[in-house]
Ligand binder design. Structure first.
Ligand SMILES: *[C@@H]1O[C@H](CO)[C@@H](O)[C@H](O)[C@H]1NC(C)=O
Ligand SMILES: *[C@@H]1O[C@H](CO)[C@@H](O)[C@H](O)[C@H]1NC(C)=O
Ligand SMILES: *[C@@H]1O[C@H](CO)[C@@H](O)[C@H](O)[C@H]1NC(C)=O
Length: 254
């Protein structure tokens, strides 16, 4: 037992492996598609990949905000690469396919798919009159679109030994009274990710989920009391920021 343990503790990799990890922060020549990238976590992730040299596709339903994120990406890119902007509603199969098609047509391939698009409901009770309508609306984007996006992207990712990253949420791990709809859907995202990792891993495609806790995705916190309370639960006494999510997921690559 003792010798086994010491074998694990002293195990190390050749220095070239360390160099490879350092280099893994350079996305020059890589193509990254980030859904829901007109604001919040998705915008943060798109900007970080741009900064690391990737060719990026940004996509969301609203064209204006997408344009301004694309401009910021271009400013951050060491090569001044202008992201491909695709306005799309991912609950529509034709829109979703267009996002993948235009990416592959423009850049010739796809290396990283970040399934970030999602909506949150306001706190929902079991007696809520619009319960099922709210469920259907969230299900279409937070769960169904993630699976369809991955389904459509898989053939391209298999060619590049690509990566899928799902942005899920702590709400999918820990139950909270206000997460009647969001919690179960994110929980399903987590399990889908694990099953997909089993399916695609042996073929060279890694599938991972990032489960952010409370993250500040808008400048104004609404309603302020809830966010103040949330902040008090966080060990560091501050809310997460989009950059925290991008960075964490990036570290997970190694
Ligand atoms: C980005 O994409 C363009 C268009 O396909 C290509 O010419 C360029 O080499 C790519 N740049 C990088 C750094 O990947
Ligand atoms: C990510 O989560 C979705 C479910 O929302 C799942 O369909 C998808 O397959 C998961 N992982 C991968 C590979 O996409
Ligand atoms: C994908 O990985 C396999 C196995 O490591 C390797 O043989 C192949 O060249 C890789 N393909 C690409 C496009 O990197």
């Amino acid at each position: 037992m003792v010798s086994l343990l010491s074998a694990i503790v002293t195990a190390d990799h050749p220095v070239d492996d360390y160099r490879l990890v350092a280099k893994s922060r350079d996305f020059t020549g890589k193509v990254v598609l980030v859904t829901g990238s007109s604001s919040g976590i998705g915008a943060g992730i798109a900007k970080l990949f741009a900064l690391m040299g990737a060719n990026v596709t940004v996509t969301a339903r609203t064209t204006d905000k997408l344009r301004s994120v694309a401009r910021e990406c271009k400013k951050l890119s060491p090569y001044r690469l202008k992201p491909l902007e695709v306005t799309a509603d991912l609950t529509k199969s034709s829109d979703l396919k267009r996002v993948i098609d235009e990416t592959v047509k423009t850049y010739g391939k796809l290396d990283v798919l970040v399934n970030n698009a999602g909506i949150r409901t306001t706190p929902t009770q079991i007696t809520h009159s619009n319960l099922m309508a709210d469920w259907d609306r969230l299900y279409a984007l937070d769960l169904r679109a993630v699976l369809e996006m991955t389904h459509e992207a898989a053939p391209h990712l298999l060619k590049t030994n690509g990566t899928v990253i799902n942005i899920s949420a702590m709400g999918g791990i820990a139950p909270a009274t206000f997460n009647l709809i969001y919690g179960p859907l994110k929980s399903a995202v987590n399990m889908l990710t694990r099953v997909l990792a089993l399916q695609l891993g042996p073929m060279g495609v890694r599938v991972n989920t990032v489960n952010p806790g409370a993250t500040q995705v808008t400048e104004k916190l609404d309603p302020p009391v809830i966010w103040e309370k949330t902040r008090s639960f966080v060990p560091m006494k501050r809310l997460g920021q989009p950059l925290d999510v991008g960075f964490r997921h990036h570290k997970n690559r190694s």
